[in-house]
Design a protein around this ligand. Structure first.
Ligand SMILES: [Zn+2]
Length: 72
C-alpha cells in the first residue's frame, strides 16, 4: 500500500460475472495519484452491489450503465 494522495474522480467500474460483463460508468471514487488505485466509499460500494444485482438477471453479454443516471 502506497501513501499517495487521493483525488475525487469519476471512474468506470467493471465486473465479470458467470457469462456476462457489467460496466458502470461515472462512479464517484477516490483515485490514488501515485499508483492509480481506486477506492469507493461504503455507500458507493453498496450502490454498485445493488446495481449489479438489478441488471445481472436481465442482461445477456455486456451491459453498460451510467451510475449518475441510476443513483439519484
Ligand atoms: Zn497509491
Amino acid at each position: 500500500m502506497c501513501k499517495g494522495i487521493f483525488e475525487n474522480k469519476n471512474t468506470t467500474f467493471m465486473t465479470e460475472l458467470d457469462d456476462c460483463i457489467i460496466i458502470i460508468k461515472n462512479v464517484p471514487s477516490q483515485v490514488c495519484k501515485q499508483c492509480g488505485e481506486i477506492y469507493y466509499t461504503n455507500e458507493v460500494e453498496k450502490q454498485l452491489e445493488i446495481l449489479v444485482n438489478i441488471v445481472r438477471n436481465s442482461i445477456t453479454e455486456i451491459t453498460v450503465i451510467n451510475y449518475a443516471e441510476k443513483v439519484a
